[in-house]
Design a protein around this ligand. Structure first.
Ligand code: 5GP
Ligand code: MN
Length: 349
């Protein structure tokens, strides 16, 4: 196993290994996690279009579709979805002589069915990811938890391959979207001078950053805006003693506003924006499970919290998890946990 961990530069030994694997491969499949976000879709398509420029046959297999506001991503209309055409996807994965795992650290993040296939693949795998505690199976593992986004890692990967000049407007748009969405539009502490150097270079290459921002953030349907309004005015609970805010939405409430994937994106950050709140949780009732999103500001580690209580994980200040209990049970469990964390949650930024 090879690691690129918490280093400013990409390890050239790893690049040479990956280069060898790409050179030998003809059928390459690129994957990302379930409920893919802007970083996942941007990274897979940025990499896929780059590999095609090298003359490789490359396709993208995702567990399920992303939100509609990512439909404009160059190439993405060709994506194969495991939840829609599992046989085609399974065959593509089994026929691959090299596969990439982008923006996830464990195969379970692709969902039970797709993970079952990934677990049995014999072809070499290159993982590029910025989440904590990656699995050790990949043939080449690029793991750096200090990186703001996988898309930035993909840019640095292509750059270290000596191919920065192959990044064109389309590849650039994919990577710009990944960096923009995973950094809350360049505002999180994980953003570095290198991030800005990369996006400057992408804009120089012709990427229309204003249009990408509009595509992602200014294409709301009225129902979505009303759902956000309802959640903030009716469903936001603040626990001042614990510097915590919780928003929850049931299936009924979601369907009242014709919920579509992505509609609740960013809601948890709005809860976190309340003065004095260090920890925000968004709880959404799904068909078979309850999904949780955790965000913190400062020293409260939501990755550890999500792992300990909600079979999840992620990053220090942004994590997710799930539960198969009822939404009422989950909300009670959250509130019961808060006193235990009162000391850790009490600080001023
Ligand atoms: P979000 O709240 O936006 O869905 O996810 C925030 C972060 O937590 C992302 O980096 C995502 O990869 C991670 N994450 C979300 N849900 C899960 C989960 O169920 N398990 C794990 N391990 N990580 C998750
Ligand atoms: Mn990411």
């Amino acid at each position: 196993m090879y690691l690129w961990r918490n280093r400013k530069r990409v390890d050239q030994t790893l690049i040479n290994r990956a280069k060898g694997l790409i050179h030998e491969a003809n059928n390459i499949v690129i994957t990302a996690h379930k409920s893919p976000d802007g970083d996942a879709v941007g990274s897979v398509w940025g990499l896929c279009l780059y590999l095609r420029k090298l003359g490789k046959q490359a396709i993208v297999v995702l567990p399920d579709p992303a939100a509609e506001f990512l439909d404009w991503i160059p190439g993405s209309k060709e994506t194969l979805f495991f939840n829609k055409s599992s046989e085609v996807c399974e065959k593509a994965l089994r026929d691959a002589d090299l596969w990439f795992a982008l923006d996830y650290n464990t195969r379970s993040r692709t969902g039970t069915d797709m993970a079952a296939v990934l677990n049995t693949l014999e072809a070499p795998c290159v993982m590029i990811d910025h989440h904590h505690q990656p699995e050790t199976f990949p043939t080449v593992l690029f793991s750096d938890t200090t990186m703001c986004s996988t898309a930035q890692m993909v840019y640095m990967f292509i750059e270290a391959m000596g191919d920065a000049d192959k990044i064109d407007e389309n590849i650039g748009a994919c990577l710009y979207c990944g960096i923009m969405t995973d950094t809350g539009s360049f505002r999180f502490p994980s953003v570095t001078p290198k991030t800005h150097e990369i996006v400057a270079e992408l804009i120089r290459k012709g990427v229309d950053h204003a249009q990408i921002h509009r595509n992602v953030y200014d294409t709301n349907l009225l129902d979505r805006l009303r759902l956000v309004g309802y959640a903030l005015s009716e469903k936001l609970m603040v626990f001042e003693t614990y510097h915590t805010a919780i928003i929850s939405l049931t299936k009924d409430e979601l369907s009242r506003f014709s919920y579509r994937p992505g509609d609740t994106e960013g809601l948890v950050n709005q809860a976190l924006s309340i003065k004095g709140v260090n920890f925000a949780v968004f709880v959404r009732e799904g068909n078979n499970e309850v999904k949780l999103s955790f965000r913190s500001q400062g020293s409260f580690d939501v990755n550890t919290f999500a792992r300990a209580h909600f079979s999840g994980g992620g990053h220090f200040n942004a994590a997710g998890g799930m539960s198969v209990e009822s939404i009422d049970f989950v909300l009670q469990k959250l509130q019961d946990l808060l006193p235990e964390y009162q000391e850790q949650l009490t600080y001023t930024l």
